[in-house]
Ligand binder design. Structure first.
Ligand code: SF4
Length: 507
């Protein structure tokens, strides 16, 4: 894209003299009403103010149906303010997603934030069918293809798009397994073409620093915007009890906010001042910018936040001891620097843990023997499966495979098996969003966002299994393509040997 055609937000990301500021707007469950008057008034004030590079617009936030982001996006863009559209993986399959992307391309809404999305919540007459056809890493791959000139369906060249691909990451995961999987997935996102990163909501300076240090050490050179979220009191309550997926508000911060709420303004000024300190610290740490947000935030609040932070900037290190809002038992990747309160560049030592489980060992032995070309059973298995390919016994092969794998892995008979890539845990039955390249941001204390306290996040279990055999780093590289639905309820063994499944492109 020509430099002059690039959005101001895009240019600011790579300008070392700019600290990008963006603000999150949340459309609701209607197409009209006073809420939109307020949103558009705020956007107009931001456009006139000039200190904000862009507003971002959420898509069905919290999993609830809401006005599509491109509607407000178009209106706000016409005011002269850049817009980032959230593209979530829920609610639409790959074709609908591509069609939507052409619409956004045509409307010049090119700056995106690609996220897994919150699990769909109740809608018209009950819960909707969850559609997680692609995960965020696969969407990045799709967008990368669309951005390439002369790449299209078959022989027909399509005009290239010019999407900017933002992604999210949380440095605020309490357990080692959750945190490491967030970082490993970020590495996959970077390899799949992410252009910039926005963090999840949290308030701990050392954890914000950890993310930058980790990215630097892993050679992930992407601009990062730290999240500065100013909650109101009802949202403080919801966040504290874990009601907003991925947002973290530990007990001592909650207690502090409760105390502040006894003041005349119900603690609003104190929450804004905390946000201003965080803003100053993010700038001091080397973040490329900050993503601001919060319910009911006015232009006056924004003005206070930015001015106050500007006054604090030079002394940002003084606020580090205050912004210590992490769990006493929470995971840190690095050793603490006792002088600054941040991190040393030395990672903490992580124990390898228990011996691998019997289930993992048995599955791995079978896989290596029958599905790795050097394995002793590979040729007999291949020949046996191919012999049945065109015979009347083919359905029997599918049924036997499904029965065995249902007992062993709760297999869903997808025909495009990714067990070997995920420590022999089935993403179709084990992950509520059927993700294939790493976790969403919604897990909490190791539990799945969708089944808190009942089902552990699949990727926590994947990490634990792989770490025991010293292979957890494998989750930080590679790419599992989306499941091919043409293979649904067919034999994945046969599809593997015929080169029809997702591993086919590697062989
Ligand atoms: S299993 Fe993990 S990755 Fe899958 S939906 Fe639940 S929290 Fe997200």
């Amino acid at each position: 894209m020509d430099m002059e055609k690039q959005s101001r937000f895009r240019r600011s990301l790579h300008d070392p003299d700019e600290f990008s500021l963006t603000f999150e707007l949340v459309p609701g469950r209607s197409g009209r009403g006073k809420a939109y008057d307020r949103i558009l008034t705020l956007a107009r004030q931001f456009a006139e103010d000039g200190r904000l590079q862009a507003v971002s617009i959420t898509e069905n936030a919290g999993g609830h149906p809401a006005l599509s982001p491109e509607v407000l996006g178009g209106e706000i863009q016409n005011m002269g303010l850049d817009v980032i559209i959230h593209l979530s993986c829920k609610d639409k399959n790959r074709n609908q997603m591509e069609s939507l992307l052409y619409a956004w391309d045509r409307a010049d809404l090119n700056d995106l934030l690609v996220i897994s999305g919150d699990y769909p919540q109740e809608g018209y007459r009950g819960d909707p069918k969850p559609v997680f056809d692609l995960g965020s890493v696969q969407v990045l791959d799709l967008l990368g293809g669309m951005n390439q000139p002369l790449v299209g369906n078959g022989a027909i060249p399509l005009p290239p798009t010019s999407f900017l691909k933002g992604v999210a990451v949380s440095p605020f995961k309490r357990l080692e397994a959750e945190q490491m999987m967030q970082y490993y997935k970020l590495a996959r996102k970077a390899a799949a073409g992410a252009d910039y990163v926005i963090t999840q909501v949290g308030y701990d300076a050392r954890k914000f620093h950890e993310l930058l240090l980790f990215m630097r050490q892993q050679g992930i050179n992407l601009p990062v915007l730290g999240n500065v979220f100013i909650p109101n009191l009802p949202v403080v309550e919801i966040m504290h009890r874990g009601g907003i997926p991925g947002c973290v508000l530990p007990d001592h911060l909650y207690a502090e906010m409760k105390r502040e709420s006894e003041s005349e303004d119900r603690g609003k000024r104190a929450r804004l001042r905390r946000g201003a300190k965080l803003l100053a610290v993010l700038k001091g740490l080397g973040y490329a910018g900050a993503h601001l947000g919060g319910p009911g935030i006015t232009h006056g609040d924004f003005d206070f936040l930015v001015n106050e932070s500007g006054r604090m900037e030079a002394d940002w290190r003084e606020f580090l001891p205050e912004l210590d809002y992490w769990f006493a038992d929470g995971f840190h990747y690095y050793e603490k620097d006792e002088i600054s309160g941040l991190n040393l560049s030395e990672p903490m030592s992580r124990t390898q843990g228990k011996a691998p489980s019997v289930a993992y060992r048995v599955a791995n032995i079978v896989h290596e023997a029958a599905f790795v070309p050097t394995g002793p059973l590979y040729e007999p298995m291949r020949k046996g499966c191919l012999a049945l390919a065109d015979s009347a016994l083919r359905p029997a092969l599918t049924n036997i495979e499904h029965l065995l794998k249902f007992i062993a892995f709760r297999c869903r008979n997808c025909g495009d098996c990714a067990l070997a890539e995920l420590a022999f845990l089935c993403p179709q039955s084990g992950c509520a969003k059927n993700l294939l390249n790493g976790p969403c941001g919604g897990s909490r204390d190791g539990w799945c966002e969708v089944y808190p306290g009942k089902r552990r996040c699949l990727y926590v279990r994947v990490y634990e299994r792989l770490k025991r055999v010293g292979r957890d780093q494998e989750m930080g590289c590679g790419f599992v393509p989306p499941r091919n639905w043409a293979l649904n309820e067919t034999s994945s063994w046969l599809n593997f040997f015929l080169g029809r499944d997702h591993t086919g492109f590697r062989r």
